[in-house]
Design a binder for this molecule. Structure first.
Ligand code: AHR
Length: 501
């Protein structure tokens, strides 16, 4: 099998916003407690944050982390998480039926974000609360001083404002599971008024309005059209969420699901365009894909916990998907889609970062370890920043019941804005056959292979764990460049990253 194509320096897709490789920490399960925060852990820093987790987050070079939810935010009082820790209330979290100790709040999270070398992306509660809470929270976080909320922050030990730029106007407000779910009209009005108030405080902040929580929602995509009708000129991004699953155990169909993702992005990009034209607006709105991941391995275990409703546990194990090798390929394909759609998707958040559907897992009191999906995320985050290029590749393809002509090779290309390297991210979805790749490099000058990493040859269901992580990248070989053509063999069911310097 052969795949023949071209990448041409004149055919750029877009500059990639580094925030495409963001992530998400929610007060859910063990993401915060025994995830990022564990004061008794041997590696805990002076704030009680696990240094071993911080080291992994720094290794991933996560540009931005969304916080504090998720479903959690829709009944959250941010004021519960400020002031002396011993005075903070324990609350019942209605989203996940757990107890929230509030030992971590905005101050602790901000310190953690600084230590982890990442920016904060904060969500306001538009479920159980609204505009007034949002403006108070913004003033607390971003105002230098001399006002009620900013002086309270200073009294609580933080002199300087954090100057958070990116704010989410609620979370998944279309979802019946959401505390304070709204119709598109109700939400559109509230989001518009909240945006107006937040912008009256600071015009330069960036606002994300909620789109559909999934393309499976009955209100999709009319929801986006209505919400943008109210908010188009007041917001910068519309958020989309999508999770992937392989309950059917059908690898070919599973790995074709980024065709659905593509369609979702394309549809909402069209809604944005129509709204822009309708409003005769000069500004652009982009997509913040602020929740995406594989999520299904833990469904049954979670059902037992959530349906059993055994009291209100604090930080129980929830959504602890253990990822396998097949998921490496899936995450590679999803990231490729985002790179190819970097013209409209500017922010992306792998949901989530620690313990909850996450690339990083922790053992309470024990080690932090890398899941299989850590690696495609690591490579995209570290080497996928710069400019994305169009690739025209003629490749054998297959069909599923939801997508025609799915190419066996899923490829994206990025030229780095730091070292100029051209990086190809490749997934071979073919279950038995290697594919001979032959790509003409037009206008990129003389190049040689400076890095070649591959994850291949594992059983599809192979997983990592706290003691052993067998699913990890190794050096690839056999790729050559002659007369401006890159050639090499891409193994069946493999993830590959090839960097050309
Ligand atoms: O990421 C887990 C949950 O998925 C989030 O809380 C919610 O926004 C989504 O439904």
């Amino acid at each position: 099998m052969r795949a023949v194509g071209t990448v041409h320096r004149d055919y750029k897709i877009s500059t990639i916003d580094p925030r495409l490789y963001g992530s998400f920490v929610e007060h859910l399960g063990r993401a915060v407690y025994t995830g990022i925060y564990e004061p008794d852990h041997p590696t805990a820093d002076e704030n009680g944050m696990r240094q071993d987790v911080i080291d992994l987050v720094r290794e991933l070079d996560v540009p931005v982390v969304r916080y504090p939810g998720g479903n959690f935010v829709s009944a959250y009082n941010w004021e519960d998480g400020i002031g002396p820790k011993e005075e903070r209330p324990v609350r019942l979290d209605l989203a996940w039926h757990t107890s929230e100790s509030n030992q971590v709040g905005i101050h602790e999270f901000a310190d953690w974000a600084k230590a982890a070398n990442t920016e904060m992306m904060l969500a306001v509660n538009l479920g159980s609360r609204g505009l007034d809470e949002a403006r108070a929270f913004l003033e607390y976080v971003n105002h230098p001083g001399g006002s009620y909320w900013s002086d309270l922050r200073r009294k609580n030990g933080r002199e300087e404002p954090w100057n958070v730029k990116l704010w989410c106007l609620g979370n998944e407000m279309d979802g019946p599971w959401q505390i304070g779910q709204k119709t598109a009209e109700e939400y559109g009005r509230v989001a518009f008024e909240t945006a107006k108030a937040m912008r009256a405080f600071d015009k330069s902040i960036e606002l994300v309005v909620c789109g559909s929580s999934s393309p499976k929602m009955p209100t999709y995509p009319a929801w986006e059209a209505t919400v943008l009708d109210y908010t188009y000129d007041s917001v910068d991004y519309i958020s989309l969420h999508m999770y992937f699953e392989n309950h059917a155990g059908d690898t070919a169909a599973y790995l074709a699901q980024n065709a659905r993702l593509d369609d979702y992005i394309e549809t909402i990009a069209s809604v944005i365009k129509v709204t822009k034209a309708k409003k005769r607006s000069k500004k652009d709105v982009y997509i913040s894909f602020d929740e995406w991941n594989v999520w299904y391995h833990s469904n049954e275990a979670d059902r037992k916990v959530l349906e059993g409703r055994d009291g209100w546990p604090h930080a129980p194990e929830l959504l602890e998907d253990i990822y396998n090798f097949e998921d490496v390929l899936q995450v590679g394909c999803i990231l490729n889609t985002f790179i190819r759609r970097a013209d409209v998707v500017k922010v992306g958040c792998l949901a989530q970062l620690v313990n909850v559907i996450a690339p990083i897992m922790t053992v309470p009191g024990g080690p932090a370890w890398r899941q299989t999906t850590y690696y495609p995320y690591l490579f995209a985050s570290r080497y996928g920043r710069g400019t994305s290029y169009q690739l025209s590749i003629d490749c054998p393809a297959y069909s599923t019941d939801f997508a025609e002509a799915v190419p066996y090779l899923d490829v994206s290309a990025v030229e780095s804005d730091t070292d100029g390297a051209l990086t190809l991210f490749i997934v071979n979805r073919h279950e038995t056959d290697a594919i001979a790749l032959d790509v003409a490099l037009e206008g990129f000058g003389d190049r040689k292979v400076i890095m070649d990493k591959v994850i291949a040859g594992h059983a599809l269901k192979a997983v990592n764990g706290p003691d052993q992580q067998p699913v990890a990248p190794v050096d690839g070989s056999g790729v050559t460049i002659e007369s401006g053509r890159l050639t090499g063999e891409i193994a069946p069911l493999s993830y590959r990253m090839i960097r050309l310097g």
